[in-house]
Design a protein. Sequence first.
Length: 233
Amino acid sequence: MRKINEIFYSLQGEGAHAGHPSVFVRFSGCNKRCPFCDTRHEEGTLMTDDDIIRAVKLYQADWVILTGGEPSLWIDSEFVRLLKKATGKKVAIETNGTNPRPPAIDRVTVAPQVGKHTPPTEANNEAKATEAKANHAGEAQAAEAKANHAGEAQAAELKVAHADELKVVDVGQDLEPYFALPCVDETTKMYLQPCYVPDEAQALANRNATVRRVLADPRWTLSVQLHRFLQIP
Ligand code: SF4
């Protein structure tokens, strides 16, 4: 049995396949606690592989996207093999990369959590400014070193050998460490995504900041969560 939050049909909103009709299998739960996580994935129902396959086969799309939460907590090689054989569809996974991917998955998008992550909101910007004023230079450097060490530790958590796409939510962090990740090579498409927040003015500021960063470093491509702009589920 595998714990499923929802199975639904929609357009892929992010990355190279944006706009492509796909069946989404959202698994329940995640082993990370990212402060900017905007996915409701905790609720779930235990389903058999037959139940899952039956639900996926209701839709004609040629891609199934395993997402979450963190799908790698729930899947194995046998499940992927069965899903492909029974539905005739290609299988993609969206993962934080902390578990090895089962073989036979056709496309891997890794969204790693590397480095210091603070959602860019007005309140956080003020908090950072206050913190900077309060810190002596030595303390600030020590804090930065600690943050970099945390980033290295998180990078070491990555168990996926190769990412077809790397998706990074822009929270103002140093972007250079992403290019040194072991799952990134010259074929990996690097996507930078504005951090979504409900406040429209802040969301616009975040989008503009991310556009500026992509223009300044063309190794990145902007990913915009198409489904939010189109207001589709
Ligand atoms: S890894 Fe992804 S799903 Fe998990 S908490 Fe972070 S943003 Fe949310």
